[in-house]
Design a protein around this ligand. Structure first.
Ligand code: AMP
Ligand code: MG
Length: 404
């Protein structure tokens, strides 16, 4: 019996290893998967930080008599050590980002005072409360607080936080080397001078590479093409299986006379864990691992099948290998009732919109065959319709897989 998509996902997960780690300079760490947590090396903010340009005062000096003038004893810029209000009746002119002077407990902005020579008075409408316009030491984060958990794909905001706490090097997942292999005697390169009527241009390997790059997985990718010849397949695969961390193959895994891949892989020592998944498109999908535990994903060659299986199985597996924390699965409600023949689950390409109450709504964009590549244009992903039933009514929530 064929594995269901859910069972296939679990089978794949049990055979994956997690990539090794490396240290990466902060300037190159965006998009990488963090493997060691980043923590606060000191409190944030690290001092009582002034948040307005104006005057640092002791609020008590104005609490009873706001018309009183305070004498300005100096200027303190950001980056200067804290000065001191040495006596009552004094103020220090101060810049945003400066340390709160000792003896001061409030900042009165320029807009709220009247200044004459070296004296400031509180404007008639203004107030002076203790703590105003001061970002208190440690009020955001205490020393040692974990700020970015392992498993995070690093964004600009994460990089900013890492920089703030002095993480000049980050521990991240190593970039895997990925071989993308297309197979088939009918296929020619995109820039072939002549394409005979019995030939077609290779597109899957380009699609796979583009989607991998687009998904943000930082991998070193190399493309290969194999003709449907056993000796050629064996020679190239032997080298590829030894050299790469992940192998993704398109085509040659169905039951046809020249679909050599399953046998060739077995003969090269790759253990088969999945041969076929109870889904359409993508039923012939094959998965195995080498003795070195290199995962080999062999996807059926029909372009819609290839693309669907990449998003449904391969990209999640690569995220798992990179140690990335899995995202919550997305759901969408079906815009219209959809029927399909059981017992295979159906992966239905959809366009995704938003309902008035903010939910995803998926509009089916069914294709003619799994070779209907153009049918994917303008779609946002696919919804997974499990084979428990053959009719999904409009409004039913289903799992949404977005194209990267
Ligand atoms: P296969 O899985 O090898 O039987 O291929 C199924 C169908 O997908 C055939 O019509 C192939 O021509 C097509 N196909 C296989 N690989 C590619 C590719 N790299 N680019 C475009 N079409 C492909
Ligand atoms: Mg083929």
């Amino acid at each position: 019996m064929l594995a269901t998509p859910t069972a296939a996902t679990a089978t794949i997960a049990t055979h994956l290893t997690v990539l090794s780690t490396e240290d990466c300079p902060l300037s190159a760490a965006h998009g990488r998967i963090l493997r060691g947590p980043v923590s606060a090396d000191r409190p944030l903010p690290p001092y009582n930080r002034v948040t307005m340009d104006g005057y640092a005062v002791n609020s008590a000096d104005w609490s009873s008599d706001s018309s009183r003038g305070l004498r300005i004893t100096g200027f303190q810029a950001a980056g200067m050590m804290a000065q001191t209000l040495a006596a009552t009746g004094l103020a220090i002119e101060i810049a945003t980002g400066a340390v709160l002077p000792m003896g001061a407990d409030a900042i009165v902005p320029y807009e709220e005072v009247e200044r004459t020579d070296d004296t400031v008075k509180l404007a008639a409408t203004a107030t002076c409360q203790p703590g105003q316009n001061i970002h208190r030491l440690g009020s955001d984060v205490a020393t040692g607080t974990a700020l970015i958990p392992a498993g995070t794909r690093l964004t600009g905001a994460d990089i900013a936080v890492a920089a703030t706490v002095g993480a000049a090097q980050l521990r991240v997942s190593a970039r895997p080397t990925v071989a993308i292999i297309s197979t088939g005697d009918e296929l020619v390169e995109v820039d072939a001078r002549h394409v005979a009527p019995h030939q077609i241009r290779r597109s899957n390997d380009h699609a796979l590479r583009a989607a991998l790059l687009q998904s943000g997985l930082t991998a070193r990718i190399e493309r290969f093409h194999l003709r449907d010849h056993r000796t050629e397949i064996d020679a190239s695969l032997r080298h590829i299986l030894a050299e790469f961390d992940v192998v993704i193959i398109s085509g040659g895994v169905s039951k046809g006379k020249l679909d050599h891949l399953p046998q060739a892989l077995a003969d090269l020592g790759v253990t088969q864990h999945l041969r076929g998944i109870a889904q359409r498109p993508g039923k012939p999908m094959w998965f195995g691992t080498t003795p070195r535990r290199t995962p080999v994903f062999a996807l059926p060659g029909n372009p819609v099948s290839t693309y669907t299986c990449l998003h449904r199985y391969v990209l999640p597996a690569l995220r798992h290998m990179a140690g990335q924390t899995p995202a919550q699965p997305e759901t969408a409600i079906l815009a219209e009732t959809f029927k399909f023949p059981r017992p295979l689950a159906f992966m239905l390409p959809v366009k995704v919109g938003t309902t008035d109450d903010g939910r995803n709504i998926a509009r089916p964009a069914p294709f003619n065959t799994s070779g209907d590549l153009g049918g994917l244009l303008g779609t946002d992903g696919f919804v997974e319709l499990p084979a428990e039933t053959d009719t999904f009514a409009a409004g039913t929530p289903v799992t949404l897989w977005r194209w990267t």
